[in-house]
Design a protein around this ligand. Structure first.
Ligand code: AMP
Length: 280
């Protein structure tokens, strides 16, 4: 696996790959890799000729007071995992390489970018859209792989790709969970043993709502009430949002249908976790 740290070298390596006619698969990450990330890499490996990954903890998507400074960094271990998955090129730039002094241009995805996590974390999706736009310009991927775990992020990036005519196909990949159901996240490392148990209420709540929907309940108001009750039964967490929304616009819907997004965000101690499912 070739490790590249500069934009200029990365652009030249990827240009070379494209000139050879390779279908380029790209998996952007912030590192601290787990099976969720690796599932994206495996999907890319199975569908593309060359696989490019990136590790970059993007300061632009963290607000002051969020967990940028303590975000887990496990670069050596990450490299071994990516190498084992036969990643061809890893892009791992420093912050000054991505944001040299004097850079002032950002990508703001209005409306959809202000909903769900965008409402709770103002500016977050502008940070995400900006770094992903830059990474797309550096890599020039044919396909880029993102987790359905960050469903709002995926909706924002799909809007950006449409609006700015990026010539890339976004591939959404299923959520990978621990054996007990907790969605894998780099931030799970922050949880104490007690918090780890408390965090399970997110998945439990989603399962309950999924079951109600399977049994015929369609009204968002009824589902939200039941969901909040399930979440509030766990004293150790603080709910940020529970939402039933259109998966493309992230606007609330009054009744669910196939493809509707049911999403939750909550603080367990000081750790913010998210989870969701798409109605079958
Ligand atoms: P991150 O490093 O948190 O920015 O995540 C990088 C990519 O991995 C994003 O597209 C995430 O949606 C995806 N991802 C993170 N956790 C999971 C998971 N449990 N299952 C599937 N994809 C995930």
């Amino acid at each position: 696996m070739r490790i590249v740290t500069t934009v200029a070298e990365m652009q030249s390596v990827c240009r070379e790959l494209r000139m050879r006619g390779s279908v380029l698969g790209f998996v952007p990450t912030m590192g601290a890799l787990h099976e969720g990330h690796l599932s994206l890499v495996r999907r890319a490996r199975s569908e593309c000729d060359a696989v490019v990954a990136s590790i970059f903890v993007n300061p632009l998507q963290f607000a002051p007071g969020e967990d940028l400074a303590r975000y887990p960094r496990t670069f050596g271990e990450d490299c071994k995992l990516l190498e084992a998955e036969r990643v061809d090129v890893l892009f791992a730039p420093e912050v000054v390489e991505m944001y040299p002094n004097g850079s002032v241009t950002t990508v703001v995805v209005s409306e959809v970018g202000d909903r769900l996590d965008g409402a709770s974390r103002p500016g977050h999706f502008a940070g995400v859209a900006t770094v992903v736009a830059k990474l797309f310009h550096v890599v020039g991927p044919t396909r880029a792989y993102f987790g359905q775990k960050d469903a709002a992020q995926l909706a924002v990036l799909r809007q950006m790709v449409r609006d700015l005519n990026f010539d890339v196909e976004l591939v959404g990949c299923a959520i990978v969970r621990d054996t007990d159901g907790l969605a894998l996240s780099s931030r799970n490392k922050f949880l104490s043993a007690i918090e780890r148990k408390q965090a399970l209420v997110l998945y439990r709540t989603l399962l309950r709502l999924e079951q109600m929907i399977t049994e015929g309940e369609r009204q968002s108001i009824t589902l939200l009430r039941a969901g909040m009750e399930a979440l509030n039964a766990e004293a150790g967490i603080r709910v940020d949002y529970l939402a039933i929304v259109d998966a493309t616009t992230l606007l609330p819907v009054t009744s669910v249908e196939t493809g509707t997004l049911v999403a939750v965000a909550a603080y367990v101690g000081s750790t913010r976790l998210i989870d969701n499912f798409l109605v079958a």
